[in-house]
Design a protein. Structure first.
Length: 262
């Protein structure tokens, strides 16, 4: 049997927004049971506008805003909007690492002399922010946030310090449970993050600085057994599970019905 005409794929493309909205609804319901809160926004364009409006209500003029490293936030454009507005004190923790020409590249293990010390001071200052923005490596259907860091600045701010935390994530980061969350962190997030931060090794000598996931495209250990590769520069050196913080609604999750970040 042969098709008489090209199939209309639009009806299949339209399924994903419905699916993501259903997933997000489930997650948000459980976030509220876990002392957190959240909303679902269907598109990145709408989310950029909505988040700015939320910040306007949340943070008084002159208040302090900072953020963690996030491809989602950079691509969304909200960080540029907040700095351009000139109404808040924005602590950009990465301005001593990342140049405007390399906005997605931060070679943490190849920093210029003194840059790490300056950056750590900003990470510490960010803990006193009125608002901290970040994404998440994974969020389970039960409303649990799972994140890994190299230095721990991002997960530290998520757990304690800033008065309010906005967690902005595409629905592609929703997973079934903790096992899937750990697998996602190690096999999906870490390889892409390390590759983005370091790019290609420029020499044989430089290869020693790169964890195996940057070469393999997957974890060099066994994520389900919580075995890591053991490399000193791995991006998953510290892992935090946030499932029921004691300060009600301090963490607010914004789920977006698109694939964002990694």
């Amino acid at each position: 049997m042969f098709l008489k005409a090209e199939p209309d794929l639009k009806k299949w493309i339209d399924i994903k927004p419905w699916y993501y909205e259903k997933l997000a609804s489930n997650v948000i319901e459980n976030l509220r049971k876990n002392n957190m809160d959240g909303i679902y926004i269907s598109s990145a364009r709408e989310a950029r506008k909505k988040i700015f409006e939320m910040v306007e209500r949340e943070v008084p003029e002159g208040g302090i805003i900072s953020w963690g490293g996030s491809v989602t936030l950079i691509n969304l454009g909200i960080l540029f909007d907040l700095q351009k507005a000139g109404r808040w004190t924005c602590i950009n923790p990465f301005e001593d690492i990342v140049t405007p020409e390399e906005i997605h590249v931060a070679r943490h293990w190849m920093l210029t002399e003194g840059a790490l010390e300056k950056t750590i001071k900003k990470w510490r200052a960010a803990l006193n922010a009125d608002l901290y923005l970040t994404s998440t490596n994974a969020i389970t259907l039960k409303g649990t946030l799972v994140n890994s860091d190299g230095y721990g600045n991002r997960i530290a701010a998520m757990m304690f310090g800033p008065k309010k935390v906005y967690v902005v994530a595409g629905c592609n980061k929703i997973v079934r449970d903790l096992d899937d969350a750990f697998a996602r962190v190690r096999n999906v997030v870490a390889p892409q993050l390390v590759r983005m931060m370091g790019g290609e090794p420029k020499s044989k000598d430089e290869e020693q600085w790169y964890p195996p996931c940057s070469r393999l495209g997957r974890c060099g250990g066994e994520p389900k057994l919580l075995k890591n590769c053991g490399h000193k520069n791995r991006a998953c050196g510290m892992t935090a599970i946030i499932d029921q913080p004691h300060i009600p609604n301090r963490i607010f999750v914004i789920l977006i019905g698109e694939d964002l970040g990694f």
